[in-house]
Design a protein around this ligand. Structure first.
Ligand code: PMP
Length: 305
C-alpha cells in the first residue's frame, strides 16, 4: 500500500502518497486508540459520487466523541478532504479511509490530547468479499471469538482497537476455509460479521440484530430504508445462530462488503444455498442507488465536481 503514486490528505494538506508516513512511536500504533471510517465513491453517469458522505463523517465525529478524542478539523473540512483526494488521484470509484489517531507526542497510556492527526486516503477497491460472493453468496463460520462487551471497548465507535477482535475472527474463519466470520455477543446472540452487519429473511420478513453490540452500519440503515420502501417488514431483535441456520435467506451489509448474500453458515446451507430473491432485489436496488441510477435516492450522493 505504501509504494504508490498519488496523494493522501494529511492534517489539512495533500501530501505525496509515499511521504504520508508517521513515526514508529505513534501512540495509536501502540495502543489502538483511534477512530476511522470506510466510505465508498462509485462511478455514476454524472461522474464519481460519494455515498452518504455526511453520515460517515458524522459517525467519525461520534466515534471520536465516544473515545474522548478532540478532532482538530471540522466536519466540512473532512468532507472536503474526500472530494480533494478523489480529484487529486483522478479516481472514478474508490474506497476511502479517513482516520484520526494520536501522534508521537507522548507514549504513556494517556495520549497527548492535542496531538490528534487526521488522514483521508482513497484508492480503487473492488468487491470486498469477491464478485462471486456478491452473486453466489459466501460461506460463513460462527466465530470462537466473542464480539465486544458493551462496557469494554465501545461498540458504537468505529475504533481502531476494536478491529483486533475482527481480525482474530476473520483470520480464524478464513484459515478454516470460510469467507467470513459471524460473531456472537457475550450472551451468545448474533452480533455482526467482522466488518458487516447481518440480516436474515424468514417468511418474507427481514430480521436484523439490534445494535447493542454491533456497529451502527450506514449500509444497514440504507437497507432498512430500501426494505421499508419496498413494503417489507423489518424486525430488530435478538437473533440466535439457529435462526440463521434455518433462515430462508441471509446477507451481510457494509460499505466494503456492500450487500453480500450468505449461502452457508457452519456448513448448513441457508435456504437454497444461493442468493435468495429478497436479497437479490435489495442488492440490485442498493447498487442502483450508489451508482446514481435511482433518482429518488440522489440525496445520498455527493458528486465530485
Ligand atoms: N460492523 C463492523 C464491525 C464494521 O466494521 C462495519 C464496516 N464499517 C459494519 C458493521 C458496517 O458498517 P457500514 O455499513 O457503515 O460500512
Amino acid at each position: 500500500m505504501a509504494d504508490r503514486d498519488g496523494f493522501i490528505w494529511y492534517d489539512g494538506k495533500l501530501v505525496d502518497w509515499r511521504d504520508a508516513t508517521t513515526h514508529v512511536l505513534t501512540h495509536t500504533l501502540h495502543y489502538g486508540m483511534g477512530v476511522f471510517e470506510g466510505v465508498r465513491a462509485y462511478e455514476t453517469p454524472k461522474g464519481p459520487a460519494i455515498f452518504r458522505l455526511q453520515d460517515h463523517t458524522d459517525r467519525l465525529f461520534r466515534s471520536a466523541k465516544i473515545l474522548g478524542m478532540d478532532l482538530p478539523f471540522s466536519k466540512d473540512d473532512i468532507n472536503q478532504a474526500h472530494l480533494d483526494v478523489v480529484k487529486a488521484n483522478k479516481l472514478q470509484s474508490c474506497y476511502f479511509r479517513p482516520m484520526a489517531f494520536y501522534g508521537s507526542g507522548k507514549l504513556g497510556v494517556a495520549p497527548k490530547k492535542d496531538d490528534v492527526r487526521i488522514i483521508v486516503a482513497a484508492w480503487p477497491w473492488g468487491a470486498y468479499l469477491g464478485e462471486e460472493g456478491l452473486e453466489k453468496g459466501i460461506r460463513v463460520k460462527t466465530s470462537s471469538f466473542t464480539r465486544h462487551h458493551v462496557n469494554i471497548t465501545m461498540c458504537k465507535a468505529k475504533a481502531n482497537g476494536n478491529y483486533m477482535n475482527s481480525i482474530l475472527a476473520n483470520n480464524e474463519a478464513t484459515a478454516d476455509g470460510y469467507d467470513e466470520a459471524l460473531l456472537l455477543d457475550v450472551d451468545g446472540f448474533v452480533a455482526e460479521g467482522s466488518g458487516e452487519n447481518i440480516f436474515i429473511v424468514r417468511k418474507g420478513k427481514l430480521y436484523t440484530p439490534d445494535l447493542t453490540s454491533a456497529l451502527e452500519g450506514i449500509t444497514r440503515d440504507t437497507v432498512v430504508q430500501i426494505a421499508q420502501e419496498q413494503g417489507l417488514e423489518i424486525i430488530e431483535k435478538r437473533i440466535t445462530r439457529d435462526e440463521v441456520y434455518s433462515a430462508d435467506e441471509a446477507f451481510f451489509t457494509g460499505t466494503a462488503a456492500e450487500v453480500t448474500p450468505i449461502r452457508e453458515l457452519d456448513r448448513r446451507a441457508i435456504g437454497e444455498g444461493s442468493r435468495g430473491p429478497i436479497t437479490a432485489a435489495i442488492q440490485q436496488k442498493y447498487f442502483n442507488i450508489v451508482k446514481g441510477l435511482d433518482a429518488e435516492h440522489e440525496h445520498w450522493l455527493t458528486y465530485v465536481k
